[in-house]
Design a protein around this ligand. Structure first.
Ligand code: URA
Length: 313
């Protein structure tokens, strides 16, 4: 029988392997069993640099020493050094055991996680108006910056009780740097006038995206994700009593839903606790005159919600 086989037999583990660094069986060590063995730790610690490894090495040495001592008791060959016993096990071990230091880390109770105040969203959420406007103006966080003439931050009363949110700047807005300045904008101004509002008075107008998508294509999810913190911060700074969302895209983005606009209309939604009313986009109304009556209903609902919110305007 080979020395290794005897070694295992004495341990009572036959052909099964025990992880060499598992701190098993040290309680079986009797001082007498260790007597006469060369101090093995000196050899082993020489190859283990840190304290955790030394502890592991000590456990392995102890185990090896126990085994060797039992081999001695069984009148086997002269007791090998602990290192050679360890080397014997190393040679046959299928894979090294994980370092005990790693195990110890895994068992540590989780550290309380502090809110990360350094993320892009967290930084934007702390900006004041001037810093926010400046940041939007210089934003290069998505590909839309390549094709824009300028950013379109938003326009109006920064203490407004009404906030209107559209989709993204079009060609005219990209040129002039102001939302809703084309034909759709004219219609929007008329809609506002119908409920006693005017651009720059009692109302702030912004878009989900601050840059024009090339060729007026639909915004990509990544573009929306990058731009959303800006709108979120604008809303937080304004604290409007009511948000009116213009069109399917803006409504689905703000409310994080895929529900069609026809189903979103007529209900009061909520964004960060602020009531939200959804209506058709003015550009759509220019093409679909028959839905103007529905848009009027939406504005009436918005006016009612605003009045219920105890507003002054
Ligand atoms: N459409 C929008 O959604 N926003 C604008 O600013 C212009 C057109």
């Amino acid at each position: 029988m080979s020395r290794r086989a005897r070694f295992l037999e004495v341990l009572g583990i036959a052909d099964e392997w025990v992880l060499r660094r598992a701190p098993a069986l040290p309680e079986a060590v009797e001082p007498s069993a260790m007597a006469g063995l060369a101090d093995p730790s000196a050899e082993v610690t020489a190859v283990h640099e840190d304290a955790a490894s030394r502890e592991a090495a000590q456990a392995a040495v102890t185990l090896a020493a126990v085994a060797d001592a039992r081999v001695n008791e069984a009148q086997a060959e002269a007791a090998p050094s602990a290192w050679s016993a360890q080397a014997d096990m190393d040679a046959a071990a299928p894979a090294p055991a994980p370092a005990p230091a790693e195990v110890a880390v895994a068992r540590m109770p989780p550290e309380p996680v502090a809110a990360d105040t350094s993320t892009r969203e967290a930084v934007i959420a702390r900006l004041d108006w001037a810093a926010l406007e400046q940041r939007v103006c210089g934003c290069t966080d998505c590909q839309l910056c390549d094709g824009r003439t300028q950013t379109v931050f938003g326009v109006g009363d920064r203490q407004a009780e009404w906030m209107l949110v559209g989709e993204a700047p079009g060609e005219n807005e990209d040129k002039q740097g102001e939302p809703f300045v084309g034909q759709a904008g004219k219609l929007l101004d008329n809609m506002l006038a119908a409920v006693g509002l005017a651009r720059g008075r009692n109302v702030f107008i912004a878009n989900v995206l601050k840059c024009r998508p090339p060729g007026n294509r639909n915004p990509e999810p990544e573009e929306v994700a990058q731009c959303e913190p800006y709108l979120r911060r604008q809303i937080a700074l304004i604290q409007p009593k009511l948000i009116v969302v213009l069109g399917r895209f803006a409504a689905q983005s703000l409310l994080r839903t895929t529900t069609p606009i026809g189903k979103l209309r007529g209900t009061v939604h909520s964004y960060e606790g602020i009531p939200v009313v959804v209506t058709y986009h003015p550009a759509y109304l220019l093409r679909t005159l028959s839905d103007k009556a529905r848009a009027w209903e939406d504005l009436c609902l918005a006016r009612e919600v605003h009045a219920r919110a105890g507003a002054k305007a």
